[in-house]
Design a protein around this ligand. Sequence first.
Ligand code: DQA
Length: 142
Amino acid sequence: MKILFLNGPNLNLLGQREPAVYGRTTLAEIEARVRKRAAEVTAAIEFRQTNLEGELINWIQGAKGAFDVIVLNAAAYTHTSVALRDAVAAVGVPTIEIHLSNTHAREEFRHKSLIAPVCRGQIAGFGAMSYVLAVDAAINLG
Ligand code: DQA
């Protein structure tokens, strides 16, 4: 089982970015927690972050045939990007949408995800644990 974790804009700033919303855990620390869980369930992990929408799209396209599951925290692009949604739909690699925060409990513009309808499911609101839970969700996808 090969799982591709993709992180969108501003997630490189985790740890210092709005800690009241996102906590104090850095993206590197989250990656370490994901790798620990993945090792326990013998899954292989690739973990990437970019601030660029087009780079996320290239990575999603490149996942076909190379990864079994994509775990996607598209950050703000979740709420704006038809292009990202179309990439997920086009490639057909099962995709799990994740968020640190509970986007449904925040500003109204975060309630809508353009990505969710083309994903297998969504995990949101558990902080860094959303990422760890996504490993288990990925290995249990039918
Ligand atoms: C986020 C939620 C998004 O609304 C926001 O734009 C982010 C982070 C999260 O993980 O909680 O950048 O995806």
